[in-house]
Design a protein around this ligand. Structure first.
Ligand code: GFB
Length: 399
């Protein structure tokens, strides 16, 4: 009898604890579609959205990651926790998985008849017949990934709200107060944004939030196992080579821009460390080999006890395995890549390398750089500083 009572007590406690986890937040919620770009872009946007939710003191609904597969017309939505831990984020601010919010709280907090989509100003639909000049709309579900994203959770919007001229920089003005006054949580329990309430690239002030974004067990274990079982014992250098055809085309924009994608991470947010130049975006094979050899030489001098034994290459297209293997063979350093393409595992391994060389323009590289900064691990960028500038500063040092 005593045993049965204890059992019932335990079950009741578990049920109550599980339900308490889904208590309604009186300060309201914030949800958005990570509708711009692939993982690197979405991660930049995530950090800004987290800072924004914190400043407005609303629970952030953790969106799934939006992925695109070859040959598929609709994006796929992959749960946030498929890659990252939720708990370290909770230590920073209140967050809830989108699936949990929709299944445990939405009926009460955000009934179907009250779902309003937020956009800065009217967004025209691609289908002309949907555009009514008397009823401007966010068309939050128009196109891919917008439609598939909200459809994943059976969300439809009954109305649009234009929030302009408000914006998301909560670090340099009383912007958060304006949001709170304009949209109090009792009247607006959920702010649902058509796109991320954040800037791209990530604002300087929000970069450090990366420390709360931690790989889940599956990815941190897989990275550790690859390093332990596949790479030879000793230090390794992680390389990110961004060189697919989309990148070649994107690099064309260098000539008419001050900054491109993640470039503030090396050039500085106000170009205080230089201007864009083509090799920063697409270094030649020869430049890659030269810089890698130079880095290995430097590491030998600075870390004589932890010799570099291998190189791990992550790439969206050409890993340059043959060229790098040939270039490093006399140094007894082997070159490796994953047997199968996995953008997330590539990132998790790069994050753990002893030294990392990434692409300054790429937001995918930027993810690795921020994660490494949060651990105090060293990172460098291809062709940065510019070779000519580097030679000049070396000469200056020697004089
Ligand atoms: O992450 P992402 O926005 O970074 O998009 P960028 C690049 C995508 O390419 C990644 C794949 O999310 C991966 O799916 N990819 C890139 C890789 N590098 C690697 C790698 O080393 N390993 C693997 N497995 N996959 C820009 C975007 O991409 O590209 C812009 O920011 C634009 O929106 C431009 O689309 C052309 O910043 O590098």
């Amino acid at each position: 009898m005593l045993w049965l009572n204890s059992f019932i007590y335990l079950v009741l406690t578990l049920i109550l604890t599980a339900e308490a986890q889904f208590d309604r937040d009186p300060n309201g919620y914030l949800t958005y579609c990570p509708c711009m770009g692939r993982f690197g872009n979405q991660a930049d946007h995530f950090l800004g959205s987290l800072a924004f939710a914190k400043a407005l003191n609303r629970t952030l609904i953790l969106p799934p990651w939006v992925e695109y597969r070859k040959g598929e017309m609709r994006s796929r939505q992959v749960s946030f926790e498929n890659y990252f831990e939720v708990e370290p984020l909770q230590q920073y601010h209140r967050v809830i998985l989108m699936s949990d919010f929709m299944s445990h709280l939405a009926d009460d907090v955000w009934p179907a008849a009250e779902r309003v989509s937020f956009c800065y100003m009217e967004r025209k639909s691609l289908q002309q017949e949907k555009n009514d000049p008397d009823a401007p709309n966010c068309h939050a579900k128009d196109g891919n990934p917008f439609g598939p994203f909200w459809d994943t959770y059976n969300i439809d919007f009954v109305r649009s709200e234009f929030y302009g001229p408000l914006h998301f920089d909560v670090h340099h003005s009383a912007m958060a107060t304006k949001w709170i006054n304009n949209y109090p949580a009792d009247k607006w329990p959920v702010l649902a944004f058509t796109g991320a309430p954040a800037s791209f690239p990530v604002q300087l002030e929000n970069r450090e939030l990366q420390k709360h974004l931690q790989w889940n067990r599956k990815y941190s274990d897989a990275a550790r196992e690859f390093i332990r079982n596949v790479l030879p014992r000793g230090a390794f250098i992680g390389l990110h080579l961004r060189n697919g055809i989309d990148w070649v085309r994107a690099c064309d924009h260098i000539k008419d821009s001050q900054q491109l994608f993640a470039s503030p991470q090396c050039l500085g947010y106000k170009n205080e460390r230089g201007q864009l130049y083509p090799e920063l975006c697409m270094p030649s094979k020869e430049a890659v080999v030269r810089q890698l050899k130079r880095t290995i030489k430097n590491v030998r001098q600075t870390h004589p006890k932890n010799e570099v034994k291998s190189v791990f290459v992550a790439s969206d297209a050409n890993h340059l395995i043959t060229e790098l293997t040939a270039a490093l063979s006399r140094m007894d350093i082997t070159v490796h890549k994953l047997p199968e393409d996995d953008p997330y595992l590539d990132l998790a391994i790069l994050g753990q390398s002893n030294h990392f060389i990434g692409n300054c323009i790429s937001s995918y590289s930027a993810f690795v750089k921020r994660e490494r900064d949060s651990h105090g691990f060293p990172s460098y960028f291809w062709s940065f500083p510019k070779e000519k500038d580097r030679q000049q500063s070396k000469l200056h040092e020697e004089l």
